[in-house]
Design a protein around this ligand. Structure first.
Ligand code: ADP
Ligand code: MG
Length: 705
């Protein structure tokens, strides 16, 4: 039995949160800081020293020796550089611990080796990290000791964003401003801010550490590059929501405790569809905090897995043919006085404000489907999206029966007069209570689904940051709100104008609504008829970042400049090629050094057997050995051919200088060549002796955790 925990005692223990600040900061300083945090006011630099001092004392009392500006460069993960609190020794030889306001607010990272996509040449190495006081500082406890982590944004010498957080904060300002305009139109004078709320559900795999270490592909690329399907996969669905085993249970217990200490509201945990796959979801929080928390969740999962003799795989598709992992980004808009703009109420047909918000979101998603799709692309997700387990690569919106019916009434008759209501679910068992039935069933195949009072964007990859998706969501909806507010603020009769606008927007953007089965072939054809984009891979998604439409959108809201967008596209092409090259190199290494030698041992064993059997017993039937030898030799020849082809191809592609061209060549030439090498290897894995096969199988990895 593991240690008992009292959640309320541990929760937020390692966070420099509001109650700690109230206790430790002078009243006027606390007030000023709170204003910055809550109202987005600029931080008063004169209070920084006082805050830094209090933060340092608090951290040191809890054993901290170092502090770090914790930031999120364009690698999808976090980065940090640690400094100890030690400054020069004092007169008496005792060490002085210092941490000034300047060190809190601004850090300088020689960040020339972070991706910048040409925004900064290597000789212009200066990059700055700036404190994001809306996300509280926290203490991380691990083998290094205790470190004070200060969430920061990361910019170049000239102020261009080099990270995920800066544009996210900019996009939050944009949607705040435009959403408040919409509220004012409906006579709301009391709400002063609107913030996107985000809850990111995280899927992951756990594998045994020792087995993991025997797989070079997992070590270098985070996914298996070879591997035949085990006799049993997920077809019985006996893992999904299954009872959690002891080893996993004790891992989850520790993950929760670590996260609670960091103020992350880890809430639900369950086994997922694939064997060895699990999910963790926190309670939703304001978008930038939720993005930070998701990074902490990923870090904690990895760290704690190691302590339990396991490795956590965050890759989108660690095992071909087995369900992959994603991240559901739940998103809604909340006012500072607690109103959720996406709450339809019991009778949505009468809720005009909700219908306008909904119509604007539909328009945003329809007009900028390409950007949303781009925000969810990473290399791993290419093996998942559209693969009958994850959302299709086509963006559509699921609204459910009730809302679709309201929209149909509006579009068909110009008037919505009623809302479908949920019934009562009869269990048919006298002892069980009858349950209220939700008005709408769930749809698991939609990439963008309305669920109760939020939208769930289900396309994001499990290893990716959720920041880019929220940047896009916030900005595209801000644009739709802006266009609506511009028109409605000028209207002579608001009621008539808003009614007409809602109807018009639904009519114009209805094509994006789809309540059916997103996994079906019929939908792919239907979507093409509707003119919806079907972008099947990352390299085809990236151009969406730099269309004139995107530049206009992001420049209008000062979320990205054209140069920042171009640099991001460049970074993505480049990282795509790098990742594919690493995978290809890992494959040729494994094939050359482990698989080919193993097959040679196998064929030698067969040949020895044929020789020995026929000399001892010339009349014995040795056709099985011969068949196997023929088959193995034929596959071996195929492996050698594909292996050589892959080696040559890699060299050839290295010569391509243009980032986009190289990425396209990787996608269209290297990826198919990798698949060609994999095929004969996987088919041999099914026949070669287990003791000769040089690495653990899918079955070993998935069923023996
Ligand atoms: P569901 O099962 O319908 O997906 P859950 O209650 O499991 O809903 O929530 C999934 C995630 O969505 C959780 O992280 C949850 O906190 C988050 N969530 C719930 N309501 C909202 C909301 N209004 N805005 C954003 N996220 C939300
Ligand atoms: Mg969900």
């Amino acid at each position: 039995m593991s240690e008992l925990v009292n959640i309320s005692e541990v929760f937020g223990k390692n966070v420099f949160n509001e109650s700690v600040m109230r206790e430790r900061l002078p009243k006027n300083v606390f007030k000023k800081l709170k204003q910055t945090i809550e109202n987005g006011k600029e931080l008063d630099p004169s209070i920084a020293d006082v805050v830094a001092h209090a933060m340092k004392d608090w951290a040191i009392e809890r054993g901290a020796t170092h502090y770090t500006h914790w930031f999120q460069p364009l690698t999808g993960i976090t980065a940090e550089k640690h400094d100890s609190f030690i400054s020069a020794p004092g007169q008496d030889g005792k060490v002085i611990m210092e941490f000034s306001g300047k060190e809190l607010i601004k850090g300088e990272a020689d960040a020339s080796s972070f991706p910048s996509g040409g925004l900064r040449a290597t000789f212009e190495a200066r990059g700055y990290t700036a404190w994001d006081c809306t996300s509280p500082a926290f203490l991380r406890e691990d083998a290094i000791g205790v470190t004070l982590c200060i969430p920061t944004a990361f910019c170049s010498y000239k102020g261009e964003a080099l990270d995920e957080k800066t544009p996210l904060l900019r996009s939050m300002q944009a949607i705040d401003k435009q959403a408040v305009r919409i509220l004012r139109l409906f006579g709301n004078t009391t709400s002063s801010r609107v913030t996107p709320s985000v809850g990111a559900e995280q899927e992951y795999f756990l594998v045994d550490r020792e087995k993991y270490l025997k797989r070079k592909d997992l070590i270098y690329t985070g996914r298996t590059l070879f591997g035949a399907m085990p006799p049993k996969g997920q077809e019985l669905d006996d893992h999904y929501y299954g009872a959690i085993r002891e080893r996993i249970g004790s891992f989850m217990n520790e993950v929760n405790r670590e996260l609670w200490k960091l103020g992350v509201t880890a809430k639900t945990q369950h086994n997922e569809a694939a064997p060895a796959q699990h999910e963790l979801a926190p309670i939703y929080a304001q978008a930038n905090l939720a993005v930070d928390h998701n990074q902490m969740i990923m870090e904690t999962l990895k760290k704690v897995a190691g302590r339990h003799g396991m490795t956590c795989l965050l890759h989108e598709k660690p095992f071909a043919g087995v369900n992959g992992s994603g991240k559901h980004n739940n998103w809604s808009l909340t006012t500072d006085d607690g109103i959720n703009l996406l709450n339809p109420g019991d009778t949505p047909h009468e809720n005009v404000q909700f219908l306008l918000v909904l119509a604007c979101i539909l328009k945003a998603v329809d007009v900028h489907a390409d950007l949303l799709r781009e925000s969810a692309s990473d290399v791993g997700n290419d093996s998942r999206l559209g693969g009958n387990e994850a959302p299709p690569a086509i963006i559509s919106v699921f609204l459910g029966d009730q809302l679709e019916d309201v929209i149909n009434q509006l579009c068909d008759t110009g008037e919505a007069t009623h809302s479908k209501q949920g019934g009562t679910l009869k269990t048919g068992v006298a002892m069980l209570p009858d349950l209220d039935q939700d008005v709408t069933d769930r749809n698991r195949t939609s990439p963008f689904a309305f669920t109760n009072n939020k939208f769930e964007f289900r396309m994001v990859g499990s290893s990716d940051s959720v920041a880019p998706s929220n940047v896009v969501l916030n900005t595209i909806v801000a644009e739709a709100f802006q266009e609506a507010a511009d028109e409605l603020e000028k209207a002579e009769d608001f009621q008539i104008a808003v009614h007409d606008m809602i109807k018009r927007l639904f009519m114009e953007h209805r094509r994006i609504i789809f309540n059916g089965n997103g996994y079906s072939k019929a939908w792919v054809e239907e979507a093409a008829r509707r003119g919806l984009p079907n972008i099947t891979c990352m390299v085809d998604a990236i151009p969406a970042l730099v269309t004139e439409k995107a530049v206009k959108l992001f420049e209008n809201f000062q979320v990205y400049t054209r140069a920042e967008l171009e640099s991001r596209a460049e970074v993505e092409y480049d990282s795509y090629s790098k990742i594919i090259h690493i995978e290809a190199l890992t494959m040729t290494n494994i094939a050359g050094k482990q698989i080919i030698p193993a097959i040679i041992r196998y064929t030698t064993r067969l040949a020895d057997s044929i020789g020995k059997v026929s000399s001892v017993c010339p009349e014995a039937d040795i056709s099985v050995q011969k068949d196997l030898l023929l088959e193995a030799s034929a596959r071996l020849a195929e492996i050698k051919t594909s292996h050589s082809k892959l080696v040559v191809l890699q060299e050839e592609l290295k010569g391509i200088k243009d980032a986009k061209e190289r990425a396209l060549a990787c996608r269209h030439r290297l990826v198919p060549a990798m698949e060609e090498l994999r095929r004969p290897v996987d088919s041999l894995e099914r026949i070669v002796d287990k003791d000769l096969w040089p690495m653990p199988s899918y079955g070993d990895l998935l069923f023996e955790v």
